[in-house]
Write a protein that binds this ligand. Structure first.
Ligand code: PLP
Length: 395
């Protein structure tokens, strides 16, 4: 046995401005420490129903089959795919970043014939590309895209692709992990059949749940499967017996996580989804103005940017690890490094949920203003902060 005594849990204070998790609202933290109920206690079942009602509002859907999957966003991704894909099915996946790649990988593991539609990283994929690929395929089961690609900071427009998927009689599957709760995401209006999110980003809860919704059409595909869903844990036909009327035990629900999600969704409801989306936009515009005023270059053209996540090109000669390390150690601020081809060349700055606040933007710009000159990248004093404040007040 280890002789070392482990001290009381006392993590350092951080402002989380990376690609997620985001800083939690104190009310969500409080919900996490609320006494447990049993997972079949009628009082808990009522909290589950309330959570689902709030989730439908956030997804902007009437879908009956709407539940939080136990597990992070990747569990939602896997559930979204494994419940409808059977071996040999054709799945067209828009791949313009790490999470599109992950969807393609997951679909292939469930036996799909994956047709990746590769797009340039840092740009959305044009609907004409989907049209061209879909035309050349006899039968397509699923068309899948990432709404806000967290590895690049691009927002993929969805409506037109949804129309093309429907014309092909394919299910339209959308990864909304980074967009849900912070960017306009209209499941019913945009003809999205399957959509999943993550709790740790704009929703404002810790990582650990993945809200998922299935349209009637998608639920019909699940019901008419020839084979059992390969994953027992993520099988929605079993999960909906717990979340739906019968309340049949499937797995022990992560009670505290559901408390925290319910509280986070209550906060969204109080703020108003529209107002919250506008807040994410206004603050992103402030951040972009501040960074650009400091002479930094953003990787994605303004019209394609996802407001919760901004990718910044690391200037020539600036040491990525040194800056991110000093931000964390000296200023208590976390930002993300680049992924895939952007590794070592880009930073990813998240303004999600409770983290999306003017004081966080000012703190970050101030810290960068002090750190970058030490790396040989000169920045005029306060220029970024003034630009950000001006943009936020006028945006
Ligand atoms: N999809 C997107 C767009 C993401 O940004 C992420 C995580 O950052 C995931 C899926 C996977 O989510 P998780 O890391 O919570 O499993």
């Amino acid at each position: 046995m280890s002789q070392k005594t482990v001290g009381e849990l006392n993590p350092p204070g951080r402002i989380l401005l990376g690609p997620g998790p985001a800083t939690l609202h104190p009310r969500v933290l409080h919900a996490l420490s609320t006494p447990l109920l049993g997972h079949l206690d009628p009082a808990f079942l009522e909290l589950m129903d309330e959570t689902v009602t709030l989730l439908r509002d956030t997804f902007r859907t009437e879908n009956q089959l709407t539940i939080p999957i136990s597990g992070t966003g990747s569990a939602g991704m896997e559930a979204a795919i494994c419940n409808v894909v059977e071996p040999g099915d054709t799945v067209v996946v828009g791949v313009k970043g790490v999470f599109g790649q992950r969807m393609a990988e997951v679909a292939s593991r469930y036996g799909a014939n994956v047709v990746p539609l590769e797009g340039e990283w840092g740009r959305p994929i044009e609907p004409e590309e989907f049209e061209r690929v879909l035309k050349g395929l006899p039968k397509v089961k699923v068309v899948a895209v990432v709404h806000a690609e967290t590895s690049t900071g691009v927002l993929q427009p969805l409506e037109e692709i949804g129309r093309l998927a429907r014309d092909k009689d394919a299910l339209f599957l959308v990864d909304a992990v980074t967009s849900l709760g912070g960017v306009d995401t209209r499941v019913d209006e945009w003809g999205i059949d399957i959509c999943y999110g993550g709790t740790q980003k704009c929703i404002g809860a810790p990582p650990g749940l993945s809200p998922l919704t299935f349209s009637r059409r998608a639920a019909g595909v699940l019901d008419s499967r020839k084979s059992k869903v390969t994953s027992w844990y993520l099988d929605l036909s079993l999960l909906q017996m717990y979340w739906g009327g019968d309340r049949v035990y499937h797995h022990t629900a992560p009670i505290s996580m559901i408390y925290s999600l319910r509280e986070a969704l209550r906060i969204i409801q109080e703020e108003g989804l529209k107002e919250r989306i506008e807040r994410h936009r206004r603050h992103a515009v402030g951040l972009w103005a501040g960074l650009e005023a400091m002479g930094l270059k953003l990787l994605v053209p303004a019209e394609y940017r996802a407001t919760p996540i901004t990718t910044v090109q690391i200037p020539e000669g600036v040491d990525d690890a040194a800056v991110r390390g000093a931000l964390l150690q000296d200023f208590g601020i976390e930002i993300g490094g680049g992924l895939g081809p952007f590794k070592g060349t880009a930073w990813r700055i998240g303004l999600m949920g409770y983290s999306s606040r003017p004081e966080n933007i000012i703190a970050l710009l101030n810290a960068l203003e002090q750190l970058l000159p030490k790396q040989g990248f000169e920045v005029a004093r306060a220029v970024g902060i003034v630009a950000a404040e001006t943009a936020m007040s006028g945006a």
